[in-house]
Design a protein around this ligand. Sequence first.
Ligand code: REL
Length: 976
Amino acid sequence: METNYSQNYIMKKFLNKYIFVFSTLLLVFFIIENSFATNPNNYVSNLSSKGSFPLASNGNVASILISDNDFTGVIRVAGHLQNDLQNVTDVLPNIYNRISQPEDYMVIIGTVGNSSIIDQLVKEGKIDASQLEGKWEKFTTQIIENPLEGVKKALVIAGSDKRGTIYGIYDLSSQIGVSPWYFWADVPVIKQSELHVLPGVHTLGEPKVKYRGFFINDEAPALTGWVYEKYGDFNAQFYDKVFELILRMKGNYLWPAMWPPRKFNVDDPQNAILANEYGIVMGTSHHEPLTRAHAEWDKSLGKWDYATNAKGLQEFWRGGMERMGNKETLVTVGMRGDGDEALSEETATELLETIVKDQRKIIAEVTGKPAEETPQIWALYKEVQDYYDKGMRVPDDVTLLLCDDNWGNIRKLPSLDAKPRKGGYGIYYHFDYVGGPRNYKWINTNQIERTWEQMHLAYEHGADKVWIVNVGDIKPMEFSLQFFLDYAWNPENWNADNLQDYYSLWANDVFGGNQTAAIADIMKKYTKYNARRKHELIDASTYSLTNYNEATNIVEDYNSLAKKALAINDQLPAIYKDAYYQLVLFPVLASANINELYVSAAKNNLYAKQGRTSTNFYADKVNQLFDKDTELTNYYHKDMANGKWNHMMSQTHIGYTYWQQPNENNIPETIKIDASDDAEMGVSIEGSKEWWSGNNEDATFPIFDSFNDQKYLVEIFNRGKKSFNYRIESTNNWIEISEPEGIVENNKKIQVSINWEKAPENTQTSSIKVFGAGQEIPVSIKMNNFKKGSIKGFVENNGYIAIEAKNFSKKYEPKHFKWKVVQNLGKTGDAVISLPIKKGRIDLNKKSPKLSYNVNFLNEGIVKVHMYFSPTINYSTREGMYFGLSFDKESPIKINYDSDPTIFNYNGKVPSNWHSNVADNIKIITTEFKINEAGNHVLNYYRIDEGLVLQKIIIETEKSQLKETYLGPPESLKID
Ligand code: REL
C-alpha cells in the first residue's frame, strides 16, 4: 500500500506532538496498529509499533549505507543526515559505502539507476522501481525486510533522480525534527532518543512546479556585510549553506547574488561545481544572458550594444556556455540594456529576435546538441514584456518567464485557453525590491495571503514551469520564502479555506509546539499590518491624526502586538529565543517602533502649530524611538545568537526622500517650541485639523447617531507651562462627558457621547462649553436619535457607509461558481474573490455570481461607490477587467477595473495610477449612482472577470463629509 500524499514537510510536522500524545493513549488501549494510518503526514514516532523501523532506539542509531557510485551530492547529503541524527540523538551513526559489515537495522539510501545497492534491490524485486522510474524529483521511503544478507530490516530511501534522493533524505531529517532553518534562523533541534519509522511507502510524489527557487538580490549592505565578515566572499562555503537551505525546503533553483562586483562563477570556481554536485539548477537573473554575471562584462570588451558589438557579445556569451559545460542550468536568453536597463527607447523587436537566434546558435554549438535540449528562459521583465505584446516570439521550447510589477502583482499570464508550449510559462515574483516608487528591502512586508492569491492565479493559468522569487538578503524573508516554496511544491495543497492553517503549522514546526496559536496570530497580524504600506514609504503624513482615530489606532494595534510578542518571549524556553527574535519578535518590535516614530513626529509637527506645551515631549519621543530602532538592530547584530547575524539588519530604512535609500537613517524633522510661562488653554476635537483658543469660530463635532453611538474626543491642551483647571458644561442632560472637570498639565482627552434614552427623538442640535485658563470655548453638537423601525443593513453615518467585503448580506452562486473569503487578505479585514479562476470571463446579467450588501440611506441623492481592490494588474491577454454593480433590482452596469490609461515607466507598461496603487497597496474604483429614496437598499457586486480581489466598499453619501484617511473609515454599524 502506498501512502501517497503530497503535502510538503511542514504539513507533516504539525500534529507530530499531538500524535505522540495520542498514540501513547492508544498504546495503553492496545490498539496502536492503526494510530498513524489516519495521519499520513507523520512517519516517524517516538514509539515503536508493529512493523516500525528502529532508526534510533536504546542508545543505538541505525547505520547508513549508501553506495559509492551514487551521486556525490547524494553522498554529501547522506552525511548531513548522519549529522542530523547525531544532533537529535547524541549518537553519531556510521556511514558505509558497501556492505562489509551488515547490521540488523540499516538505512539504505540511493538513486535508481545510480546506486548499485538500490539497483540490486530493484532487481531482486524488493523495491518497486516503477514508482520511481522516469519520475521528476520523487522519492519513496519504506521498510524492507531482509534486504541484504545479514540485514534484518532496512529503511530504504530511494530517489528517482539526484534531487529525489536528496529530498528523501532531508524529508527524514525534517521528520526527526531538524528544521530547514536550523542554520539560517537558529531553529533548535530537540533531543530525542527513540525514533521509529512507520511502515508504508512514504513519498511526496512529484512537485507540481518544475523549477522552484529564489534570487539573492539587492544584497548590500545586509547580506554582503555578513558574508564578508563570516566567509570573506560569496564563495563556496557561503553557497554551501544556501544550497542546503534550498534543498531542505525542496526547492531546486537559484539565481545567485549579482550586485557588482559579484560574479558567481568567477568569485569562486567551486561555486558552480558545488551547485551541480548538490543538484541545484543554476540560472542568472533576467538581464544576464547565457550564464554570464552582469559584473563580468568589462568595458574592455567594448560596448554592451548588439548593433555595434555583436562579435564581442557573442564571444562573451560563448565563454559563459563553455564554462557551464554539463552543469544543470536554466539559461537566460534575450538581452536588456547594460545592467538593469531597457535595451533601447523603442521596442527593437527585430534586433532582439536576432539576438535570441544567435544566442541559441551559440548554445547549440557549444553544447553540441540542438538548442532545444538546453532548458532556457526568456524573462518578460519590465519593458521586455512590450516586445512580447508587440508580437516578438521565441522558440516553443524556451520558457516564458512572466513577471510581477516588482510589487507582488503579476503583470501577465497566459490566457486560460492558451495553446500549450513546450517550454511552458514561469513566474518571477518579488518579496524585496530596489526601485520605484521606493525600495523595500528592510523587513518582511509580504502577506502570504497575497502570495497565495497571485500564485494561485498563475497556477490556474498554467504558469507552472518555473517559480522564482526575489528574496533580497534571504533573511528576513524566511517565513514568506518558505511559504512560496511549500506552495510551489504543490499548489493544490493550499486553498482559501485552509491557508490560515499555514501559520500554525509553521509556528508549531519552528517552535516545537510552544505557544503555537499565539505565535501564529502574531505572524498573521504583523504581516497584515506591514503590508498596508512599506515602511520605506511611511512618513509623518501617512496616517491621520484627527480622523477616525487612525494614527492612534495604528500605534495601539502595533504596540499591543508588540506587548503580546514580548509576553510570548517571556514564556518560551530559552533555546527558542534566538529563533524567535529573528523570525517574530524583531519584525514586530521594529515595525511597531517605526510606526510610533512617524506618528510621534506627526504629533510634534501638529502640536507645534497649535503651540502645545507637549510639542517638545514628542520631539524627545522621536529621538528615543529613533534610538530604540538602533538598539533593536544592535541586539540582532551583537547579542542574538552570539553575534552570528552581524550586519544582517543594516539596511537603512528611516527618512527616505525619493525612491533610493538614504545613506544613513535620518531622524524625522521635529520642532521645539518655547511655551508661555502662564497657563493657556487650547481645544481640538476629533475629525478636525482645526484648533480653538480665544477665537470665536465654531467647533462642531461630527454627527452623533443612535445606531452608531459614537464617542467623540475633545482634547484640551495646554499652551503654557502652568497647569490649569478645566470644566465642561453641557446645555442638555442627554449629553455625557467622561470627565467634566479636572486639571490639564499637558493634554487631556475627554469623551463626549449621547445618552439615547434621555435624548429626544430625531435630529437635534446642542452644544457643550469648555472653560479653562480664563477662556470659554463652545463646541456644537448635532445628533440623530433614530427610531429603529425597519432599518436593515449598514447604516449611513456622517456622509458614508463603510463595509468590509466579507460582510455581505447574501451571496448568489450559480452552478460551478463560488465566492471565497480569503481571511486576513488586505489592509483592514478579509478579502473576497470569485472562483473558479478557470471559468474566466463570464457574461453579466442578473444571474451572474453576486454578492449583496444591505445598506440604509438617510437621504435620496447621488452616492459614490468606492470599491477597494487589491492592486491587481490586468494580467490578461484580453482588454479590460470587469465587474458589475447595481442597486436593488436594477440591471447591473459593467465597470472596467482597468480603465485608467496605460503608461510606460521604468517598470514597463503599467496603469497610469500604478505608483499610488502599489504604494497605497489598494486600487479604488469609484462609480456614481442616483438613489431615489431614503431608506433600505441593496448594493450588488457581480463577477464578470476572474482575478479581482475585493477588500472593502465605501459608499460616500454626502460630499466632503468623508474624511481623509489612509485606510478609510472603520466599518459602519450593521443592523440585521
Ligand atoms: O528586482 C529585479 O529584478 C531587479 O532590480 C534586479 O534584477 C536588478 O537587475 C538589480 O539587481 C541590478 O542589476
